[in-house]
Design a protein around this ligand. Structure first.
Ligand code: B16
Ligand code: MG
Length: 216
């Protein structure tokens, strides 16, 4: 029986995954890497800022020190935050608000499980915070997905057993993390068929068998 649903943020509730891509692309071009593509960007989904930086740097040949990498990651985050200044409710993906309202009406607790350190800012700026009971984000954890920590922290904050939670994710790393936390998983997004989740859907606006999923 599911009593809480823990949503990933980027690519599940909001379209900020596009802004991450733009910001990394800007950095890549400054570093002389002009072949950073959407395909490369897929490897960054759900993983930490520093791991995402390694994906960019692997496309070039230059070696950077740890201090230089810190500076590069901060530079990207500043580009990303500049893009976030424009963020409002228009970034909420289709069907999200209706889905969150429906789940709350059923008494289901809503958690966020995002490795982004910008998650609280994004939830506030889009107005989604009002539908959320507890947030577990990059500020709460030491290991990013596919480690289960971010979802375990969310369940602990919701005061639920891991088995009582469903994880909704758009990344393979996130589905692996959800499974590792002994939670059921729902994979969403254009890549949903490749995520190997327990349940799948194109997005939260799709026809999802919630009654069945919540009862299992
Ligand atoms: P930040 P999620 C993740 O968020 C993104 O998918 C990933 O691409 C990003 O590197 C990570 O957050 C860290 O984000 O730089 O803002 O701390 O999908 O777990 O909601
Ligand atoms: Mg995501």
């Amino acid at each position: 029986m599911i009593r809480g649903v823990i949503f990933d943020l980027d690519g599940v509730l909001v379209s900020t995954d596009e802004m991450h891509f733009k910001a990394w692309k800007m950095l890549a071009e400054e570093l002389g890497i002009d072949k950073f593509t959407k395909e490369d960007n897929k490897k960054q989904k759900g993983v930490s800022r520093m791991e995402s930086l390694e994906v960019v740097l692997s496309k070039g040949s230059k070696i950077y020190t740890a201090a230089e990498k810190e500076e590069l990651a901060e530079r990207k985050n500043n580009y990303y935050k500049d893009l976030l200044t424009e963020l409002d409710e228009s970034a909420i993906l289709p069907g999200v608000v209706e889905c969150l309202k429906m789940l709350r009406e059923k008494g289901i607790l809503i958690g966020i499980g995002s490795v982004s350190k910008n998650a609280p800012l994004i939830l506030t700026k889009t107005g989604l915070m009002e539908y959320v009971d507890k947030v577990s984000c990059g500020l709460d954890i030491t290991k990013s997905k596919p480690d289960p920590e971010v979802f375990e922290v969310a369940a602990n904050k919701l005061e639920l057993k891991y088995e009582e939670c469903l994880v909704v994710e758009d990344s393979f790393a996130g589905i692996v993390a959800g499974r590792a936390a002994h939670m059921k998983t729902l994979g969403v997004g254009s890549e949903h068929e490749q995520l190997r989740a327990d349940y799948e859907a194109t997005g939260l606006d799709a026809d999802i068998a919630w009654e069945k999923i919540l009862e299992e």
